[in-house]
Ligand binder design. Structure first.
Ligand code: PLP
Length: 386
C-alpha cells in the first residue's frame, strides 16, 4: 500500500539533493573542521558555505547564524540565554499557543521567580496585540512569540509585533520552526532579534537547527567548551547535518513562491472537499493568515485518534495535535486556547502538506475520508444522543 504523507509539520522527507550533498561527509570528508590540516580545513569551508546558504534564506548575514541540534535547543537557548543577560528584569511575555519548546521553558522560569504572561488568542487563533502593548514594561526581559502555529498554521503579524517590542527596548524572539522555508524572510530589515528554525521541517535531516542572533543582541553562551560557533555553542559540529541544512535552505529559497502556490492549491482542494463532503466539521484557525501547507479540521462527535487510525489503514498519515504532545488524552492546548469546544477539539485532525505531495494523493484522500467519518459517526454514542 502506498503511503500518503500529510504530516509534514511533524517532520519532512529529506530532499534527494540534500542527501546527495551530505553523503561524502560520512566516509570521505570526515575531518574535524577545527583541525589544522588541509583535510579538516575543507570541512570548515563546507560549514562556511552552509552558513551562507542559511543566511540567504533568512536574509541576514552569515555571522548571525548559530548552528544548533534542533528547534527545541534554539528556543531554549534564546529564552535562557536572554534571561541570563538581564538578571534584573523578571518578566517574560509569550502566548498560550506556543510549542512546548517555548511554553515549557517559560513555565519553568516561572518557578524561579519570573512573571510569565501568556497572551490569549481569539477563536481564529489571532494574538491580542493590545494585550501585548499593555504588558510591555521596564521589567520585561523577553518577548517570545511564534511566527506560525504548528497545529493550525496560523501566522502571527510578526514584523508588526517585532516593531512594537523594539520600540520598548525589549529583546524579541520568534520560533519560526514552521515558517522558515514557507514564509519569505528578510531579517536584515526586521526588528526580530532572535529566530529559531529546525532542519527536519524543511527537508533537511533531523538533528540540526539554527538560532539566528541579530548582530548586537546580547545572549549568553549556551553550550560551553570549545570555540565552535563563536564560543556561543561549543561542541564539534554535526557537519553532514549542517551541510544538508544549507542545501535545504538554498532549495527553499529558490522555489519558495512557486512551491507555496502549488502546495496551497493542493491544501485548498483537500480542505474544501472535506468541508463539503463531511457534515458537522469545521476549520480551525484564521483562514486568511495561514501557512500554505496546513489545514486543521474538527469533526464533531468523533475522536481525532480514531480518525487517524482509520486513515492509517488506507496509508494516509495525518496528525491530531502536535506529534510531540500526542499520546496525551488532553485536547490540544492550542485549540483550547482558541475556545474550540471540547467535543470539536477532541475530533481535530491536522493535514500538513509538502512539495512532495501530488494531486493524485489529494484525490485519493478525498475519496476515502467521507466513508471513514460516516463509519465512525455510526459507532459514536454522541451522535445517537444528539
Ligand atoms: N517549535 C515548533 C513551532 C515546532 O513545530 C517544533 C516541532 O514540531 C519545535 C519547535 C521543535 O523542533 P525540533 O523538533 O527540531 O526540536
Amino acid at each position: 500500500m502506498k503511503t500518503v504523507y500529510f504530516d509534514n509539520n511533524a517532520t519532512t522527507k529529506v530532499a534527494e539533493e540534500v542527501a546527495a550533498e551530505m553523503k561524502p561527509l560520512f566516509c570521505e570528508l570526515y575531518g574535524n573542521p577545527s583541525s589544522m590540516h588541509t583535510f579538516g580545513g575543507q570541512i570548515g569551508q563546507k560549514i562556511r558555505r552552509a552558513r551562507e546558504q542559511v543566511a540567504g534564506l533568512l536574509g541576514c548575514s552569515p555571522g548571525e547564524i548559530i548552528f544548533t541540534s534542533c528547534g527545541t535547543e534554539s528556543d531554549n537557548a534564546a529564552i535562557k540565554g536572554t534571561l541570563a543577560m538581564y538578571p534584573h528584569k523578571r518578566k517574560v511575555i509569550t502566548t498560550r499557543v506556543e510549542h512546548p519548546a517555548v511554553l515549557t521553558v517559560c513555565r519553568e522560569v516561572e518557578n524561579h521567580g519570573y512573571t510569565v504572561v501568556e497572551l490569549s488568542v481569539d477563536n481564529a487563533g489571532r494574538v491580542d496585540l493590545e494585550e501585548l502593548e499593555k504588558e510591555l514594561d521596564e521589567d520585561t526581559a523577553l518577548v517570545s512569540i511564534m511566527y506560525a502555529n504548528n497545529e493550525t498554521g496560523v501566522v502571527f503579524p510578526i514584523e508588526k509585533i517585532a516593531e512594537m517590542v523594539a520600540g520598548s527596548g525589549v529583546v524579541f524572539h520568534t520560533d519560526a520552526v514552521q515558517a522558515a522555508g514557507k514564509m519569505p524572510l528578510k531579517l536584515s530589515e526586521s526588528n526580530i532579534d532572535l529566530l529559531s528554525l529546525s532542519g527536519h521541517k524543511l527537508h533537511a535531516p533531523k538533528g540540526v537547527g539554527v538560532l539566528y542572533v541579530k548582530k548586537g543582541t546580547r545572549l549568553s553562551p549556551f553550550m560551553m567548551g570549545g570555540h565552535q560557533e563563536g564560543g556561543r555553542r561549543a561542541g564539534t559540529e554535526n557537519v553532514p547535518g549542517i551541510v544538508g541544512l544549507g542545501k535545504a535552505c538554498e532549495l527553499a529559497a529558490e522555489n519558495l513562491e512557486e512551491e507555496n502556490s502549488r502546495v496551497r492549491y493542493l491544501r485548498d482542494k483537500l480542505e474544501s472537499a472535506i468541508l463539503e463532503k463531511c457534515p458537522d466539521c469545521r476549520l480551525n484557525g484564521d483562514k486568511d493568515n495561514r501557512l500554505p501547507n496546513t489545514t486543521n479540521i474538527s469533526f464533531e462527535y468523533i475522536e481525532g485518534e480514531a480518525i487517524l487510525l482509520m486513515l492509517d489503514k488506507h496509508g494516509i498519515c495525518a496528525s491530531s495535535g502536535s506529534a510531540c504532545t500526542s499520546g496525551s488524552l488532553e485536547p490540544s492546548h492550542v485549540l483550547r486556547a482558541m475556545g474550540v469546544p471540547f467535543t470539536a477539539a477532541h475530533g481535530s485532525v491536522r493535514f500538513s502538506l509538502s512539495r512532495y505531495n501530488t494531486e493524485e494523493e489529494v484525490d485519493y484522500t478525498i475519496e476515502k475520508i467521507p466513508a471513514v467519518i460516516d463509519r465512525l459517526r455510526e459507532l459514536s454514542p454522541f451522535v445517537k444522543k444528539s
